[in-house]
Design a protein around this ligand. Structure first.
Ligand code: UDP
Length: 268
């Protein structure tokens, strides 16, 4: 377990997270899984309710090289006394992301995005009942078709775009509960999807596992493309996103500039 700017992270990789989620899905105890990224950690600094939801979750899996880096940097500067040393190590560890990414993986082992987690669960969960909530009209239905073609044993019992507005919650809950879903994937973007799950999970007793997965349905349906694997590995997925969606520039700035600066300030 690690704390980064007050947010708890669990030491777990994709394989273990997948097995854990599938096992939880068979049980009666409801579980909320979150994949916090640097932006979400920053959001939690000014949003106490969100911070509480993050720290109350059953599993917090790092989504973002920035999170792995922060865990490593905070560790290597734990006993540093001099400011100059802390700054030097900051530059050095950031540089290591590009030249030797394995270096930053010792405190938290792996970056697991919502997209990775969802696809891995869908690949291995066989008969577990799944509900897909969120994204634009028709996208979740497209995702269902794609996943059913890909994984013969998958059991998607419902899809709905809906909206995260509180006035629509009752109807959405009824739909999900009627479907008997055991795993619920929510694609409303952070922090909205985590707050939605926090408000509604207890009122859908048949759902055992709920996971917020951001824009994953868009990636699976091909509405948006993910960066090539090599770019993801060296922490450059953000660059691909700038090119693809220039309107995300402010969000990318927060993740790639503001977050490392905040970590440095915290350490100084
Ligand atoms: N979304 C939605 N309803 C809303 C707001 C967002 O269904 O009111 C969906 C949106 O269509 C997208 C996802 O939420 O599929 C959020 O994607 P984003 O790119 O913000 O997530 P990221 O992948 O960056 O976490």
């Amino acid at each position: 377990m690690q704390k980064i700017l007050k947010v708890r992270f669990d030491y777990i990789n994709l394989k273990q997270a997948t097995e854990t989620a599938i096992q939880w899905a068979q049980g009666d105890i409801q579980k909320h899984i979150i994949t916090p990224n640097p932006e979400m950690v920053l959001e939690a600094q000014n949003n106490n309710k969100f911070l509480k939801v993050l720290n109350r979750s059953d599993l917090n899996i790092p989504d973002g090289i920035g999170i792995l880096w922060a865990a490593k940097y905070l560790k290597i500067t734990e006993n540093s006394i001099f400011k100059s040393m802390k700054i030097l190590k900051w530059f050095w560890s950031l540089l290591m992301i590009a030249i030797y990414p394995r270096y930053i993986r010792s405190e938290l082992p792996e970056r697991v995005t919502g997209a990775d987690l969802m696809q891995s669960i869908c690949k291995s969960c066989e008969d577990t009942k799944i509900f897909l909530l969120g994204a634009d009209e028709g996208v979740a239905e497209q995702v269902k078709e794609i996943l059913e073609k890909k994984h013969k044993k998958i059991n998607i019992v419902g899809t709905y775009a809906g909206s995260p507005k509180e006035k629509d919650e009752k109807e959405i809950r009824r739909m999900i509960d009627d479907s008997q879903a055991q795993i619920l994937f929510v694609a409303y973007g952070a922090p909205v999807q985590e707050m939605w799950i926090n408000r509604n999970l207890k009122k859908m007793p048949k759902v055992s596992v709920a996971v917020g997965i951001g824009g994953t349905f868009d990636y699976i349906a091909g509405v948006r493309k993910r960066a090539p694997g090599w770019m993801q590995k060296i922490g450059l997925e953000w660059l691909y996103r700038v090119a693809q969606q220039p309107s995300r520039i402010a969000r990318i700035y927060r993740a790639t500039v503001k977050f490392p600066m905040k970590i440095l300030r915290y350490r100084l």
